[in-house]
Design a binder for this molecule. Structure first.
Ligand code: NAG
Ligand code: NAG
Ligand code: NAG
Ligand code: NAG
Length: 350
């Protein structure tokens, strides 16, 4: 096993990054407002000028689908687009993309046959979008409503804006449909585990992993096959606070953190959430040959009407499942707690 020299410094860094993140990602709610149409919304709002540009590029027949709109649309702000357009080499390059791609993007932010106000959203939902065959995941979280595409997790920063008979939710990230982008545009900005972890905003986990050679190799690899349960930024920083209180430091802390990170990893197979829900035990750990053996670490799996849970010494709920890395040979499931298996707890004397 490679260097375990991450930790102490990383954990300190993590605390500050976590605190900064928490502060910047919780915008105050604004009052809901009402517009006669999508065109009316994007024309009247100064912070939606890039969405307005996209609509202006669309042919009449296409925009007709948004007349008397009674569905739901996620509208990214200009700030959200500004982050996204870097991938294309800036705003001007983005605006020069074929209109067909801009149409895909717009459809991917739309569901035509469902008017979903935030009060209607419960639990985790896989929602068909207007782009045939492409789904988004919509989840109610303690931080409000989150919308996940394979490459981004957007937060609804202003919910329930009436648009004609339908509803718009203003979001802080552009939702990126995976296949149209890669297949037709040779576009793979999140080819590695580390890219996805950063895109999801789990900077503290990234920092902790990047402190070891072994961790950094996993973050950077584009060839990995496996599964990672990724704790939310909030869960990880809260956990780090608890660890600090124990005053454990030096090699003992390095060993513990490495083992605990291992409890989030399966390095043998990309388990999608459906497969996990169908097994009793999910094997984890750095040591692939130990999976399924008496020495192996694992979590019990519970799947019921409220969701999918992993249970060990600590337990977590899967809050955003099935985020693929690259072409999906590696899958990430965002979980709401740091996971410690019973075997790790025993080894650490917890
Ligand atoms: C929404 O619009 C579609 C197509 O225009 C229509 O078929 C459907 O009945 C409408 N639903 C509601 C609730 O108005
Ligand atoms: C950790 O150290 C602090 C300061 O030295 C002390 O107050 C606290 O009781 C210690 N905690 C544990 C769990 O030993
Ligand atoms: C990995 O697990 C196998 C099977 O339990 C064991 O024989 C081997 O020693 C372990 N390797 C390491 C590096 O711990
Ligand atoms: C589903 O399982 C979880 C974890 O064991 C539990 O907390 C939750 O209450 C269960 N939900 C139902 C509806 O049984």
């Amino acid at each position: 096993m490679a260097s375990r020299s991450f930790v102490a410094v990383a954990l300190l860094a993590v605390l500050f990054i976590g605190a900064a993140q928490a502060a910047t990602r919780a915008p105050p709610p604004r009052k809901p407002s009402s517009y006669s149409s999508l065109e009316d919304l994007v024309s009247k709002r100064k912070d939606l000028s890039i969405a307005k540009f996209i609509a202006s590029q669309m042919p009449e027949w296409f925009l007709d689908m948004y007349d008397n709109f009674n569905g739901t649309i996620a509208v990214p702000t200009d700030a959200a687009f500004e982050m996204y357009v870097d991938i294309w080499g800036g705003l001007e390059a983005f605006k020069d993309l074929p209109d067909r791609y801009l149409a895909y993007l717009m459809l991917y932010h739309t569901t035509f046959d469902l008017t979903a106000y935030s009060k209607d959203i419960k639990g985790v939902n896989h929602v068909e979008t207007g782009l045939p065959g492409y789904k988004i995941t919509v989840a109610k979280t303690s931080q409000g409503v989150a919308v996940a595409s394979p490459h981004t997790i957007a937060r609804v920063i202003e919910a329930d804006v009436k648009v004609g008979k339908g509803v718009a939710h203003i979001v802080d990230r552009v939702l990126i449909p995976f296949e149209p982008a890669t297949a037709e545009y040779n576009f793979s900005p999140y080819a590695s585990l580390g890219d996805v972890i950063k895109a999801v905003g789990a900077n503290s986990v990234y920092t902790a992993m990047a402190e070891s050679e072994e961790g950094q190799a996993i973050l950077d690899s584009t060839e990995l096959v496996g599964t990672f349960a990724l704790p939310t930024e909030e869960a990880f920083t809260a956990f780090v606070e608890e660890v600090k209180k124990t005053n454990v430091s030096g090699p003992a802390l390095e060993y513990a953190v490495n083992m605990i990170l291992g409890d989030h990893l399966n390095l043998a197979r990309a388990f999608d959430s459906e497969t996990i829900a169908s097994v009793k035990e999910a094997p984890v750990g750095w040591n692939v040959t130990a999976y399924g053996t008496p020495e192996g670490h694992f979590f019990n799996v519970v799947a019921n009407t409220t969701g999918l849970y992993l249970q060990g010494f600590t337990s977590a709920k899967v809050v955003l499942p099935d985020l693929p890395v690259g072409e999906g040979k590696f899958l990430i499931h965002v979980v709401d707690e740091v996971l410690i298996s019973k075997q790790t707890a025993k080894a650490l004397g917890l």
